[in-house]
Design a protein around this ligand. Structure first.
Ligand SMILES: [Zn+2]
Length: 419
């Protein structure tokens, strides 16, 4: 028998989502918003009161804490970390979140009471069909829910609470962290990997129950700049070279079957998304994405060729293509640590779930940490429809996520980790 945590994961979650922690694009400081401190400081207090060790918070709103192991220290039982983020997306307001519990869900569409135009439909959310009898947690339709990532925060807090109250559960040393500004991509730079002290970690920031990710795609940013010659249009004959025409030509050459709006699953894309057009200089930023680094090279070559051909078709226009590496598929590192995924799949099965691998069409804090020396796959939280007013999770989603984490630390104690 295990002693229950001092507070249920659902009650924790319902408390945390009511705290506005929205981050803000374009801010230069970390955290980008002062309100993230409110939840971070609260977590510090709660970690201390439930008996975590070495609880501390950095100047950049990063919370770190530990649970010492209760099996003999051994290099085979490494420090395992768990990370979740406190902020919510800048896309939709996170102020005055009023969670609504649809108890004992019996099927059908969910109409959100604060804005009846917001309907979570079975047609668009096939996962609902698997949730009969569950208690589904939505918003009232006027805000996001913030299950991304307060579900992860609540699950990790419940893990700590459960381990402290149940010394009979055998586990190695645990490190936990709650980070700021994940949604704007900048917070993780202020995360101190050495301070955290884990050998391996998991971000608990995924979606559907059972979904585990050890792959993100590899990402580059191409900036294509066409240069012409601007003179007064009244006296331009034979002198002006308008770079806008080469710029337009380039855009019409984008391969239709290789765009975000025409691809899914493991298929990568090129995506012109932001630019400016002017006679003298026209520039466009193009995202390049693929799970396979060789295919990403192919996409980069294509962009360079199309840019060159577009300039060549417009005499007098020159072109420059600059390409930056944004991040790499974490699988490039995680393939050398297969136990990280094997253990979490086994943990999910012990929790009664059917785990599955899911490549992420994006980057995660974990992918960045992986390349900073902390291999870090991503674990589900039970959440759906992130960053929107139709975001939802459920009692079972939260409970099974927390339960999986408790199994996972025991599996590391039982089986160790290949180093
Ligand atoms: Zn998230």
């Amino acid at each position: 028998m295990t002693n229950p945590p001092s507070e249920s994961v659902v009650d924790r979650f319902l408390r945390y989502v009511k705290i506005d922690t929205q981050s803000q694009d374009g801010a230069t400081a970390t955290p980008s918003t002062d309100k993230q401190w409110t939840l971070a400081r609260m977590l510090v207090e709660e970690l201390r009161s439930i008996g975590a060790s070495n609880v501390r918070i950095s100047d950049h709103c990063m919370v770190y804490a530990n649970v010492p192991g209760n099996v003999p220290a051994s290099p085979d039982v490494p420090v395992i970390g768990f990370i979740a983020h406190v902020d919510t997306s800048p896309a939709v307001t996170g102020a005055n979140v009023k969670p609504v519990i649809h108890a004992n869900y019996q099927g059908g569409d969910l109409v959100l009471p604060g804005d009846p135009s917001q309907v979570i439909t079975v047609a668009q959310n096939p996962a609902l069909a698997t949730m009969i009898g569950d208690d589904i947690i939505t918003t009232d339709g006027t805000t996001l829910l913030g299950s991304d990532d307060k579900a992860g925060v609540a699950a990790i807090m419940t893990l700590v609470d459960t381990l402290v109250r149940n010394p009979q559960i055998k586990h190695g040393p645990i490190a936990v962290a709650f980070t700021a500004d994940e949604e704007i991509g900048s917070g993780i730079e202020k995360f101190d990997v050495a301070e955290f002290g884990a050998r391996f970690a998991y971000t608990v920031d995924g979606e559907r129950l059972g979904g585990v990710s050890d792959e993100t795609w590899s990402a580059r940013l191409a900036t294509v700049t066409f240069r012409g010659k601007s003179v007064h249009p009244g006296t331009a004959k034979g002198v002006m070279v308008n770079s806008i025409y080469a710029f337009a030509h380039f855009l019409t050459q984008m391969p239709r079957d290789m765009l975000p709006e025409t691809t899914e699953a493991r298929i990568g894309f090129v995506h012109p998304y932001l630019g400016s057009a002017d006679v003298e200089e026209s520039t466009i930023k193009v995202l390049l994405r693929d799970f396979d680094i060789r295919e990403l090279d192919v996409k980069e070559r294509l962009i360079r060729e199309l840019a060159g051909a577009s300039a060549a078709a417009h005499p007098g226009v020159s072109v420059q293509v600059e390409v930056k590496e944004n991040y790499l598929n974490m699988k490039e590192v995680l393939k050398d640590h297969p136990h990280l995924v094997e253990h979490v799949m086994e943990a999910a099965r012990r929790a009664g779930l059917e785990p599955f691998l899911e490549p992420i069409r994006g980057g995660t804090d974990g992918s960045r940490l992986t390349f900073r020396g902390l291999p870090c796959p991503n674990i589900f939280t039970g959440g759906h429809n992130f960053h929107g007013k139709q975001e939802f999770n459920s009692r079972r989603g939260l409970e099974k996520t927390a339960e999986t984490l408790v199994h996972l630390v025991q599996i590391f104690a039982e089986r160790g980790a290949a180093r």
